[in-house]
Design a protein around this ligand. Structure first.
Ligand code: PLP
Length: 367
C-alpha cells in the first residue's frame, strides 16, 4: 500500500450535534467528509478531508443519466470504554470493489481507503453516539462525473465518504415485522446487477415497497425473477429460516447481494454447531414446512438492523404467523452476539472488530 498524503481542511464553525433520541436514520451529517478523484492519467488521486458541503457536478454528468454509481454501508460503534470499533470493514472495501467491477467503475485500493476512513473517523470521533443501539453510519459512494451523454463508462469519478450518526433501529425493543411476499415486481435476476450495491437496485424496489406499505406491512420478501418461486432476500436484507432445527439461507445465485451480516451469521451458527445450509428454497416449500409445524424462525440480516425477526409472512391471501409472532431463540442469540461484539460487550473471538480511531491515535503530519 502506498499512502498518499491526505489534505485536511478543517471546518471553522463546527455544527451542533443532535440529541441521540432524535437521530433517526441518515438525517444528520458530520462536520467533514472524505473525497478523492479519478481520471485515466492520475488514477485515484487527491485524497482529502474537507468540511461537509455540497459538491458541484455538471448536469450532463453520467451519474445522472445512466446511474453509474456504487455505494457501501457500515457502522462505527462506541464501546463502554470509549473505543470506536468497525465491524469487518475490510469486507465492505472488498465488496465496494466487487460492485465497482460489475458497474465498470475503476477499483480503489482497499487498504488505503480503509486507512482514510479511519482518519476521517478520528477527526469526527465526537460524532459517534454512545446511547444504546446508536452508531455512526458510514456511507462510501462512487459517482461517474464525465460531462458526456454517451452510453459508455465514464472516464472520471468522484469517491466520497459521508458519516451520519444514526439512532437505534429498535427504540422500542426488537419487534418482529410483517412481510409481504412480492409476486409482481423483481429486485434482481442472475446476470443483472443484484450482486452490486448500485443505486437502481434500490429505487427499482420502491414500487413493491409501496404496495407493502399500503397494506400496513413493513417490507417485501423478494422471489427469484425467473420462476417467481425461490426466495431471495427481504427488503435490503438477506434472509434466514430455521426449519426443523436447521437453518437455511438462499444460496448466492448471482442475483442475491452477499451480506457481511449474512456471512457472520453463517460463521457463528457453524461455531455454535447449529446446522446451517445455503441452498435454494421455494416459497411453496416454506409454506409446506409452515403447515407441518416445522418452520420455527425467520429473520433478515443486514448492517442497519443486524437481525430483523419476521413475525408474519403474507403470501397471496394467506398469513403465516411464525413463532407466534415472537423473536426466536436463534435470532435472539445472533442479535445479542453480533451487537455485543460490535460494541465491545462480547469478547471478539473471531477478530472481527477493528479499532477505527482512539483518542490517542497519531494523526499524520498533514493533519
Ligand atoms: C447491503 C445489503 C444487504 C446486507 O448486507 P450487509 O453487509 O449485511 O449489510 C443485503 N441485501 C441487500 C440488497 C443489500 O443492499
Amino acid at each position: 500500500m502506498t499512502l498518499q498524503t491526505i489534505a485536511f481542511e478543517k471546518r471553522e464553525q463546527l455544527k451542533q450535534k443532535p440529541n441521540s433520541d432524535q437521530l433517526g436514520f441518515g438525517k444528520y451529517f458530520t462536520d467533514h467528509m472524505f473525497l478523492m478523484d479519478y481520471d485515466e492519467q492520475k488514477d485515484w488521486h487527491n485524497p482529502r478531508i474537507v468540511p461537509y458541503q455540497s459538491i458541484s457536478v455538471d448536469p450532463s454528468a453520467m451519474i445522472f443519466h445512466y446511474g453509474q454509481t456504487v455505494f457501501e454501508g457500515l457502522k462505527a460503534y462506541r464501546t463502554e470504554d470509549d473505543q470506536i470499533l468497525l465491524f469487518r470493514p475490510e469486507n465492505n472495501m472488498k465488496r465496494l470493489n466487487q460492485s465497482s467491477k460489475r458497474m465498470s467503475i475503476p477499483e480503489i485500493d482497499e487498504e488505503e481507503v480503509l486507512h482514510y476512513l479511519q482518519q476521517l473517523i478520528a477527526i469526527e470521533q465526537d460524532w459517534v453516539p454512545s446511547a444504546e443501539g446508536t452508531s455512526l453510519y458510514i456511507r462510501p459512494v462512487v459517482i461517474a462525473t464525465d460531462p458526456n451523454l454517451s452510453v459508455e463508462p465514464s472516464k472520471t469519478y468522484t469517491f466520497m465518504i459521508i458519516l451520519s450518526p444514526v439512532g437505534s433501529y429498535y427504540p422500542q425493543g426488537i419487534k418482529p415485522v410483517s412481510i409481504r411476499v412480492e409476486q409482481q415486481y423483481t429486485r434482481a435476476v442472475k446476470g443483472g446487477t443484484g450482486t452490486a450495491k448500485t443505486a437502481a437496485n434500490y429505487s427499482g424496489a420502491y414500487k413493491a415497497q409501496e404496495k407493502a406499505t399500503e397494506q400496513g406491512l413493513s417490507q417485501v420478501l423478494w422471489l427469484d425473477g425467473i420462476e417467481k418461486k425461490y426466495i431471495e432476500e427481504v427488503g435490503s436484507m438477506n434472509v434466514f429460516f430455521k426449519i426443523d432445527g436447521e437453518v437455511i439461507t438462499p444460496e448466492l445465485n448471482g442475483s442475491i447481494l452477499e451480506g457481511i451480516t449474512r456471512k457472520s451469521t453463517i460463521e457463528l451458527l457453524n461455531h455454535w454447531g447449529i446446522p446451517v445450509k445455503e441452498q435454494k428454497i421455494s416459497m411453496a416449500e416454506l409454506h409446506a414446512y409452515y403447515h407441518n409445524g416445522k418452520l420455527e424462525e425467520a429473520f433478515g440480516t443486514g448492517t442497519a438492523a443486524v437481525i430483523s425477526p419476521i413475525g408474519e409472512l403474507i403470501w397471496e391471501n394467506e398469513k403465516l404467523v411464525i413463532n407466534e409472532g415472537q423473536i426466536g431463540e436463534v435470532a435472539k442469540k445472533l442479535y445479542d452476539t453480533i451487537t455485543g461484539i460490535q460494541t465491545g460487550k462480547v469478547k471478539d473471538r473471531y477478530g472481527w472488530t477493528v479499532e477505527a480511531a482512539s483518542k490517542t491515535m497519531n494523526t499524520s503530519p498533514s493533519l
